[in-house]
Design a protein around this ligand. Structure first.
Ligand SMILES: CC(C)(COP(=O)(O)OP(=O)(O)OC[C@H]1O[C@@H](n2cnc3c(N)ncnc32)[C@H](O)[C@@H]1OP(=O)(O)O)[C@@H](O)C(=O)NCCC(=O)NCCS
Length: 193
């Protein structure tokens, strides 16, 4: 399957190459304080170039196996990473679903760029992977994330106790999902076990 290359008004979205892997390392180093309350606890290794060289290879491997699409968002000049948009846990058959995770650089927050990126990413997943359902969950106090999901049409579906280990402790999450129009692939595939 062809690797994604997606253009939006303000960004260029792709899977990074091995040579570009340092750009993701720079992104996480620059945004360490900005992201720490909303993401899993990171060890020192997470901020090293070697870690990201390996992750770029893992991403391409997972894409080839249709397990995950870990999109990286660059500025138009493709000089720096400004956001991430990960579609993971892709399941086919009678579920056709995945999880979505995302973050944006502190300097690009509050400009409508994340919504622009996610709209493009969701459209890509719908067209290329025929997904029917995308699930995205947030901490109860992550109001920016809640507003973003609402803007995209996600609906709140529930509340899960001690759902994910974020910033070093198990924390409750609000569960949300977006149901997409199906293209009839189920008829072509049929006979799910
Ligand atoms: C969650 C997160 C991605 C939201 O990013 P964001 O930039 O607020 O999201 P949007 O792209 O929807 O931008 C919306 C803001 O841009 C403003 N905006 C400016 N121009 C806009 C435009 N043309 N279109 C839409 N919104 C625009 C909106 O008014 C809104 O501002 P407000 O929230 O102050 O009212 C970001 O806060 C983040 O990375 N947080 C840390 C990591 C994180 O929480 N990840 C998610 C874990 S669940």
């Amino acid at each position: 399957m062809k690797l994604p290359q997606i253009e939006t008004a303000n960004t260029h979205i792709q899977l990074l190459t091995f040579e570009q892997s340092h750009l993701l390392c720079d992104y996480y180093q620059r945004n360490k304080t900005h992201l720490h309350a909303w993401e899993p606890h990171r060890t020192d290794e997470f901020y090293t170039p070697e870690f990201w060289q390996n992750q770029v290879e893992v991403s391409i491997n997972m894409f080839d196996k249709k397990q995950a699409v870990r999109l990286v968002v660059l500025d138009k000049e493709q000089t720096q990473v400004i956001a991430t948009c990960n579609f993971s846990n892709i399941v086919f058959g009678c579920f056709q679903a995945c999880h979505l995770g995302y973050s944006i650089d502190k300097n690009y927050e509050g400009k409508g760029i994340m919504v622009e990126v996610l709209q493009a990413g969701i459209q890509y997943m719908q067209n290329e992977f025929n997904l029917h359902r995308i699930m995205a969950n947030h901490l109860p106090n992550n109001h920016r994330s809640a507003k973003l999901l609402q803007r995209l049409g996600f609906e709140k579906e529930g509340y899960a106790k001690d759902y994910l280990k974020i910033n070093g402790r198990w924390q409750d999450h609000v569960l949300n999902a977006l149901t997409l129009t199906f293209h009839g692939i189920s008829q072509k595939q049929g006979n799910y076990l």
